[in-house]
Design a protein around this ligand. Structure first.
Ligand code: ADP
Ligand code: MG
Length: 144
């Protein structure tokens, strides 16, 4: 597990751009962290780093937004999905080995397809603009 700290939204965004360099097709990145911790900010940096020029908006209402770069990127936000709901969301139906999937509130999904790495963002008790970020899974080795 890698432990990192950022001191501003811009640092979190730039960390996302760095993480993007380690992403390979077939990767699924699962993001955990409270509301406002910075999951979307980090993902905006990742998607820009993957080569997407358009603005990345939170998919809280639509659940999934799709972007196209060298591969297809699915940005999923399961915040509004009831984790106890019987139906759930069958992410395996939109997962492709040729693409990447970035999932906010991944713990609301019963199950994640693909080669999954985990990123967790926590508020720092010292400063309201600091965040502690842990990275684990296959992506960890590719964060040089
Ligand atoms: N170090 C930091 N990293 C990320 N966001 C930060 C940081 N410090 C303050 N913020 C603020 O916290 C909020 C994070 O929002 P967002 O990325 O949408 O979080 P989430 O998707 O986890 O709900 C933004 O308003 C951002 O400006
Ligand atoms: Mg978000």
């Amino acid at each position: 597990m890698i432990k990192l700290e950022t001191k501003s939204p811009a640092e979190t965004y730039n960390l996302g751009r760095r993480i993007a360099r380690g992403i390979r097709s077939g990767d699924v990145l699962a993001f955990k962290g409270e509301l406002g911790s910075g999951k979307t900010t980090l993902i905006q940096g990742i998607i820009e780093g993957l080569g997407v020029a358009e603005r990345v908006q939170s998919p809280s209402f639509v659940l999934v937004r799709t972007y196209h770069a060298d591969f297809e990127i699915k940005h999923v936000d399961l915040y509004r999905l009831d984790p106890q709901g019987v139906d759930g969301l069958h992410l395996e139906e939109i997962y492709s080995e040729d693409g990447v999937m970035l999932v906010e509130w991944s713990d609301h999904a019963g199950w994640l397809p693909g080669r999954v790495s985990f990123l967790e963002i926590c508020f720092s008790p010292e400063n309201q603009n600091h965040r502690r970020i842990t990275v684990s899974g296959p992506i960890q080795k590719r964060l040089a």
